[in-house]
Unconditional design. Structure first.
Length: 220
């Protein structure tokens, strides 16, 4: 997992912990919030794994029930092991279930990797870059929020989904002020954060706003 990707996700979780007085946070405050954020990540990982285990157990129970109630096994002696029988399930159904499990597992692994990156001394660059994003937003919050409001035409800024605003704040901090990463990477990862954490329409909304920012600011 790339350190910058981990840093962006950590920055997003940091943003969710702030109140409206973000400018009052010191470097020490940010370190404290990072510890809290890592704990939240680990809690989310546990929840994701429980969800995954529940879905797997449900699938196993359905298979066991189907097999036990199949005509091949209905007349078997008590205590005799069931004979395996073909399952009536389409490849599409099976693929969907597998994809759901993979998605949950990937989210859990990502959370663990971010948590690991954040607490290891050898990976200070993850925490440092996450804090760099936050500090750049702190120093330019009015300009960044103004940009979001400017391009979110037809939307009341105060009524925008908070997660969408935070993702845009991270992306604009990188695009307009940090300028250390390829534009495409910043946009792609902002879209991925939206898909993971926000609403169904958020990824296209965020992609559209960032596209306008790039064109009007001559970013490449």
């Amino acid at each position: 997992m790339q350190a910058r990707r981990a840093a962006r996700e950590l920055a997003f979780i940091l943003f969710t912990q702030f109140d409206k007085t973000i400018n009052n946070y010191s470097k020490e405050n940010l370190d404290e919030v990072i510890v809290k954020s890592v704990r939240i990540l680990l809690s989310n990982v546990v929840d994701d794994l429980k969800t995954s285990m529940g879905a797997l157990m449900d699938m196993k129970n359905k298979i066991d029930d189907y097999e036990a109630e199949h005509e091949t096994n209905l007349n078997r002696p008590m205590g005799a092991a069931n004979i395996p029988v073909p399952l009536k399930i389409t490849s599409a159904d099976m693929t969907q279930r597998i994809d759901e499990m993979i998605d949950v597992a990937e989210k859990a692994l990502l959370g663990l990797e971010i948590a690991e990156f954040s607490i290891l001394d050898s990976e200070e660059k993850v925490k440092d870059y996450a804090i760099k994003i936050v500090q750049n937003y702190k120093e330019n919050s009015k300009e960044i929020d103004s940009e979001i409001e400017k391009y979110a035409k037809g939307w009341d800024f105060d009524r925008l989904v908070q997660m969408d605003k935070d993702i845009l704040r991270i992306a604009l901090s990188e695009l307009l002020y940090i300028k250390e990463n390829p534009v495409k990477v910043v946009i792609d990862e902002a879209v991925e954060l939206a898909k993971k954490y926000s609403t169904e329409d958020s990824s296209s909304f965020i992609n559209g706003i960032l596209a306008k920012v790039i064109v009007d600011n001559g970013l490449k």
